[in-house]
Ligand binder design. Sequence first.
Ligand SMILES: [Zn+2]
Length: 140
Amino acid sequence: MGQDAVNWRDRFPGEVTCVRCLQKRSVEELDRLLWCDECQAAAKRRASIRGWLAGAALAVVLALYIWLVIQPDLSLIPTGWAATLAVAFYLGARVARELFLGWERLANRRAVEARPPSLDTDSGREPGDGRQGRRPRRRD
Ligand SMILES: [Zn+2]
């Protein structure tokens, strides 16, 4: 029965180019958008950072609103207001992370993780960080 199941990966050859970093990968390493694991992780990392910043911004705006508009008597339940800000920060960051990641997946821009094959090979300097690309061999 399992042999009859159609898998989207069957349409591709064994090696496929990741649309983000342009590296050849096994089709098993890619997801449906043809992003490799490293590019997915990079997108998630970037979305997390932006999400925490957005959550912090939301918490600051909410704190200003509470402080200037609501003007609560903080002697009564200060922990309640602090908890409100903490929840706004955490939930805002989580929601913003999903939105940033969803946007990046939706936009699906090509080759944004790609490193150009080192432009400075001829000058003799080491190419970039070489994290994603294969380092060109130095000519003797
Ligand atoms: Zn990739």
